[in-house]
Design a binder for this molecule. Structure first.
Ligand code: FE
Ligand code: FE
Ligand code: ZN
Length: 276
């Protein structure tokens, strides 16, 4: 099944995000659980959620992706920032348990000068505090570009985090094509090899979702600036190979390209044509 969609605005609730997704021709989507650069949240609208759950089932939607705010940094050296991360995780996971098919994607964190090992340990500690056996939602570590002091720009860092997490069935990975390209994985010439490396280090069973983006920068630039599909340095040919790879064929694929809904609609139309 081809589960494709784009990032949509969550401002008007789940039914609106469902409608926006139908408009662009998708059957999955991603949304921010709250203001990505702030953190405040709106009250839960149960009617909206129940209606969405019905529609999503009726229209055979795939797993959707909830994205944590950028302000969440589980690896911060400031304890109040780590406390905020725990609060956001707890609140968001409570909301997400109302949705039957959702992943919670977050940026592992930035160690802000403390070093990678300390950062990884702080991320593990946070996850072990917030993950609960009874929660339904799986949390995904997003692969990062390696901008600044970001953690998670290579597969062994992600693996170290997963190794430290006690509730392993609650943790997975979301692979962002712009990020892995910017961090130095040659997905143009060797996407299959990159996935093999992912498999040998992390295990491909942990791969649960794809952020499909082209990149404004070059391989290994560690920049993280997304480009429209086919208009960046990754290019259409590579993207075609990616969306048709047997190991990711059934995963939810979400676009985070610089577009409004009409632009996303064009990209999704193109991707559907390229999908074998
Ligand atoms: Fe992200
Ligand atoms: Fe992403
Ligand atoms: Zn990005």
């Amino acid at each position: 099944m081809f589960y494709i969609g784009c990032h949509v605005s969550s401002g008007n609730g789940f039914v609106k995000m469902f409608q926006d997704t139908l408009y662009v021709g998708g059957n999955t989507f991603q949304f921010f659980t709250r203001n990505p650069r702030g953190g405040s949240t709106k009250p839960i609208n149960l009617d909206d959620i129940n209606q969405f759950n019905k529609l999503s089932k009726e229209y055979n939607f795939g797993y959707i992706i909830a994205h944590a705010p950028y302000t969440l940094n589980a690896a911060s050296k400031d304890s109040y920032i780590r406390e905020f991360a725990i609060k956001v995780f707890n609140e968001d996971l409570k909301l997400l348990d109302l949705l039957p098919k959702v992943y919670y994607n977050f940026h592992p964190g930035s160690h802000v000068g403390q070093g990678e090992d300390v950062g990884i340990k702080l991320i593990i500690d946070t996850l072990n505090q917030v993950l609960k056996p009874e929660q339904k939602t799986m949390v995904l570590l997003e692969t990062m570009a390696g901008k600044g002091s970001e953690i998670g720009y290579n597969f062994s860092q992600i693996k170290k985090i997963i190794d430290g997490v006690e509730l392993k069935d609650k943790i997975g990975v979301c692979l962002d094509t712009c990020h892995v390209f910017d961090s130095g994985y040659d997905i143009i010439n060797n996407f299959d090899g990159v996935l093999k490396e992912f498999n040998s280090i992390i295990g491909v069973d942990k791969l649960k979702a794809i952020h499909l983006n082209d990149s404004k920068n070059i391989l290994g630039s560690r920049k993280d600036r997304h480009e429209k599909i086919g208009q960046g340095n990754i290019g259409l040919e590579a993207i075609k190979t990616i969306i048709n790879h047997p190991l990711i064929k059934d995963l939810p694929i979400v676009l985070e390209t610089p577009n409004e809904l009409d632009g996303y609609k064009e990209e999704i139309t193109l991707l559907k044509e390229m999908r074998k």
